[in-house]
Design a protein around this ligand. Structure first.
Ligand code: ZN
Length: 402
């Protein structure tokens, strides 16, 4: 059909001179009619094609625009779903996935998004209140919406504010839900002493982030007075003595700092109330005495080994009068109920475990479960909030190297 037309059209110039005035007009009109017919067909075909394309587009867009009502669904969750479930870019596939994603009314990213300061709590019978504080409510949830419950109230109870009380030895789970949306929840494991898992205390609370302690239960152990030594290095109110920072050989307070002493006595008393016997084994040590100890160890073990557990003179925290070694000063103290108690409670009295396990590259010393350092509760709580193995070096971003 196309070819014929073109052939006929091409012949036209030769025919023109021989035709009378009407013939060409008639013939032209016929040609024009055919061309117009063809053009019309083309236009119709084009319109039909356009219509089909528009319909296809409209169909693929419709579910997406419906989903715009659920703005709360984060963009990334849609993207993820599409990538995982539909690897092609076929609009139909996207449609299916998007519809599935937007089906639930509740934003899936919010489910279980109540964040707590700790997810395991270790208590002793009768101990209360321990507050499992919420550090972050999901959007749309308020403190008033909290609904607390214990799955075994005979082990530990919980009141409407989240105060947990230990009743009898065992393990149970305390859950907080949102009154408005019960799909939002968080659970705290409560271990009441009497269980062997108590020794896990230190490890399990490593992930603790921002602990908010009940103000009423928090003691106010002040920072110790600043010492009078020109070599003393302070970070804030905290005297730093480690492998990088030392004291003068003639700095000698003659004994423990009085504030440190006072709060150590309170610590001993607090431990006794929990049935734990804590006693002082080594407190203040003078520069000269530390020299004797250190040189003795160097003679036995060599300097490299001695440096991992004994401070060079001038670099010992014991010279500050702010450090105390409790109970047994060797590895046999590790894992004892006394060591566990110190690790879990010394911060409440303004002390920190100065050389936690696994931090030798940071503090410069091996794990010493017996060595505590008085800093006052402001700093001890700040470190405790970071975790039971937080160090002054990490907190202040300082080194401990000879
Ligand atoms: Zn020590």
């Amino acid at each position: 059909m196309d070819n014929n037309e073109f052939n006929e059209y091409n012949q036209e110039p030769r025919q023109y001179p021989r035709q009378n005035s009407q013939r060409p007009r008639k013939r032209v009109s016929k040609e024009t009619f055919r061309k117009r017919q063809f053009a019309a067909l083309c236009v119709i075909a084009f319109l039909v094609l356009l219509f089909v394309i528009l319909m296809a587009k409209a169909c693929s867009k419709k579910p997406s625009s419906d989903s715009s009502g659920g703005d709360a669904v984060p963009a990334e969750s849609q993207t993820t779903d599409v990538n995982e479930e539909a690897s092609t870019e076929d609009p139909a596939a996207t449609t299916t996935v998007t519809t599935t994603t937007t089906a639930p009314v509740i934003d899936p990213s919010k489910a279980g998004a109540i964040k707590l300061d700790k997810y395991t709590v270790y208590l002793e019978v009768g101990q209360a209140p321990a507050l499992a504080l919420i550090t972050e409510h999901p959007d749309g949830m308020e403190e008033a919406d909290e609904v607390w419950s214990s799955d075994h109230p005979e082990i530990a109870t919980v009141d409407e504010w989240g105060h947990i009380s230990a009743v009898s030895p065992g393990t149970c789970y305390v859950t907080v839900k949102s009154a408005k949306d019960p799909s939002l929840e968080a659970t705290v494991k409560v271990v009441v002493a009497g269980e062997p898992s108590l020794e896990q205390t230190a490890n399990n609370t490593t992930t603790t982030t921002t602990t908010k302690e009940p103000q009423s239960a928090r003691a106010e152990a002040p920072a110790p007075s600043k010492i009078n030594d020109p070599k003393a290095h302070y970070e804030g109110d905290v005297l730093i003595v480690n492998k990088s920072y030392s004291l003068s050989s003639d700095y000698n307070p003659g004994g423990l700092d009085p504030t440190c002493s006072e709060w150590f006595n309170k610590l001993v008393q607090g431990a006794a109330e929990d049935g734990i016997n804590i006693y002082l084994s080594s407190g203040f040590r003078s520069y000269d005495y530390q020299s004797q100890i250190y040189n003795n160890y160097v003679g036995i073990y060599g300097q490299d080994t001695a440096d991992t557990f004994s401070a060079r003179p001038g670099h010992s925290e014991h010279q500050t009068g702010l450090a105390i070694d409790v109970n047994i000063i060797d590895d046999s103290f590790r894992g004892t109920p006394e060591a566990e108690w110190i690790a879990a409670h010394c911060y409440e009295y303004g002390f920190i475990l100065r050389y936690p396990e696994g931090k030798q590259s940071i503090t410069g010393y091996k794990y010493e479960p017996w060595h505590i350092r008085y800093v006052g509760t402001e700093i001890s709580y700040a470190l405790h909030d970071i975790g039971p193995d937080a160090t002054l070096e990490e907190y202040y971003g300082i080194d401990s190297k000879y």
